[in-house]
Design a protein around this ligand. Structure first.
Ligand code: AMP
Length: 378
């Protein structure tokens, strides 16, 4: 029997523990917060990630360490490798913590990206705006997620405001891409190098936060093998072990790399019910050296994210093939507190189910872009 240690005790750690329990796996979560929601389903070691005495105790109690959060300090990840097995490895973590290193890697392996330039000063930002143009987005190189640490520049006059908004942190300026759609690859690589990907997922964001996902992404037969090949090359280059996400824009029918997440990802939550083995189960299988599970899709899945507060569960619980996930977190603006996944045999059935559930929840606006895509399929 193995015990997996997880740095970070949020909903991802919680879903990892729930997925690993049937395999007989045990978990120990480290988080400094008193209300880490994973602690409701797995033992919690309450400690700061820089408390090396606590980490020594943690390392003794586990067989392998992994992460539910990519911004774990690099020296913590390195320290852990000297005391236990750590997957994914610290280099993979540190590259995906830095938007500049990440986009440089994408280009190296042949995945195009939006035009970008490194920015280290307000003069540097003015030069980058000359090079990249507007509209563009200034993003902090580190510690940005869910649209945090970003500023949109609409004109050259925004340079000072942008630089101040990001607190003068090392950043990159990216061209704003008027993309046709956003896709993600959820993939997993085993310790022995075996690689598997779930069918492509189409995603919609609101205020920089994932709002809805549809899988398999419609009309993606041509793009899927290209996207999977990119994901595989990135994983091999990083000697990655575990589940990860590669977020992509589609512009003029071509793929551009936005970012990668070195962990299970919100756009893969549909795999809990929509695939024979979920992204969470495959992550724990990979880090424990177990064979990978089936990543095919069981029909069509739609995931709706609950941000800030949960709607009433009734309409989802009353619907066949609909699944409710309450993360056990207290409501707060911008916070991910739960999601629902709806499954259907095909697009037509999904249109009926999603329309009914969205109407009952008063979430028509959230479901509208997904329904528009589904309608084109029937
Ligand atoms: P990120 O944190 O970089 O994934 O950004 C969050 C969301 O903001 C993305 O999923 C997109 O919807 C949007 N976004 C980020 N970068 C760009 C860009 N260069 N052009 C257009 N939209 C973007």
């Amino acid at each position: 029997m193995s015990t997996i240690g997880i740095l970070g005790g949020g909903q991802l750690a919680r879903m990892l523990a729930l997925a690993g329990a049937p395999l007989g796996l045990r978990f120990l979560v480290v988080d400094s917060s008193t209300d880490a929601c994973a602690a409701q389903v797995a033992p919690l070691l309450r400690a700061d990630w820089r408390d090396f005495d606590a980490l020594a105790d943690f390392a003794k109690r586990i067989d392998v360490a992994t992460f539910d959060f990519e911004n774990v300090p690099a020296d913590t990840a390195h320290w852990l490798t000297e005391h236990t097995q750590v997957f994914p490895n610290p280099r993979a973590l540190s590259i995906s913590q830095d938007r500049l290193a990440e986009k440089t890697l994408f280009r190296q392996i042949g995945l195009d990206t939006p035009a970008f330039a490194a920015v280290d000063s307000s003069e540097g930002l003015a030069r980058a705006v000359d090079e990249i143009g507007v509209p563009s987005i200034l993003k902090t190189r580190r510690l940005g997620y869910d649209g945090k640490g970003q500023f949109r520049l609409r004109s050259r006059d925004d340079v000072d405001a942008a630089w101040q908004a990001l607190g003068g942190a090392p950043s990159i300026l990216e061209a704003f891409v008027p993309f046709e759609r956003e896709l993600s690859v959820i993939a997993v690589r085993a310790r022995n190098g075996e690689f598997r990907a779930y069918p492509l997922t189409q995603n919609w964001h609101a205020d920089g936060i994932l709002s809805a996902s549809l899988a398999p992404a419609p009309d993606s037969e041509a793009l899927a093998p290209v996207a999977f090949a990119h994901a595989r090359r990135i994983a091999e280059e990083l000697d990655y072990v575990g589940t990860f996400a590669l977020e992509l824009f589609v512009k003029d029918g071509k793929l551009l790399g936005n970012e990668m997440a070195p962990r299970v990802h919100n756009s893969g939550h549909w795999t809990i019910e929509g695939a024979p083995s979920s992204q969470f189960e495959n992550h724990v299988r990979a880090v424990c050296g177990l064979p990978l599970g089936d990543t095919s899709a069981l029909g069509v899945s739609v995931m709706l994210n609950w941000i800030g507060e949960l709607p009433s569960a009734q309409a989802v619980l009353a619907e066949p093939r609909a699944h409710w996930h309450d993360y056990g977190k207290s409501p707060r603006a911008g916070r991910k507190v739960g999601h629902a996944t709806l499954r259907a045999a095909d697009a037509r059935e999904m249109i009926e189910r999603l329309s009914r559930v969205a109407r009952a929840l008063g979430r028509e606006e959230q479901a509208a872009p997904v329904l528009a895509v589904l309608h084109k399929q029937v």
